[in-house]
Design a protein around this ligand. Sequence first.
Ligand SMILES: [Zn+2]
Length: 207
Amino acid sequence: MSDINKNEHKHDMLGGRLCLDFANTVSWHDSSDKSQELLTSYEKLVNWSLHANILNKQQSLSLLKKAENQPVKAQEVLQQAIKLRESIFRIFSQVSNNKTPASIDLSILNEALGNAYRRMQIVPGENKFSLEFLNCEETLDGMLPPIVQSAIDILISEKELSRVKKCKGHPCGWLFLDTSRNGSRRWCSMADCGNRAKAKRFYHNKK
Ligand SMILES: [Zn+2]
């Protein structure tokens, strides 16, 4: 693979936080028969990570090259990423409903958290040090730690936690952080589920 298309997922970043956008890599996530997996290969996972600015182009190409040499491992990482994503999806689905997430899902996140923190390093800056994930391109699962951190950041913030919502366009299932001033956002996007709801209302009114 010589090049990657960064714009492939351009409509999919509506969650407002990395982990929520990651949870939204399934279309119609709340539907058992309509749902559609967007991360159908390791390549797609890398492509999405590039678009989400977790990886730069050079890191992405380097991971894709590694994956070519370790196809079985790459497939395992994809499965691991999907397992993590589904736990993030269920955790924040519960949160958006003011319910406590299942302990099995928190265990999956906690396990990923251990791996993520092992990858963190203190890096000197101008006036202070910062905590960074270095060398994301060194291992095939290098894109996962920043996603885990994003989930943790929401969970430990009372303000953000109360702003996690799920799109009202059932069974869309997409999650987002409502940053509107009065907390009135209802749809993943006005252009998509918002419009669909409007059209439906119009139809019912006519009837
Ligand atoms: Zn929606």
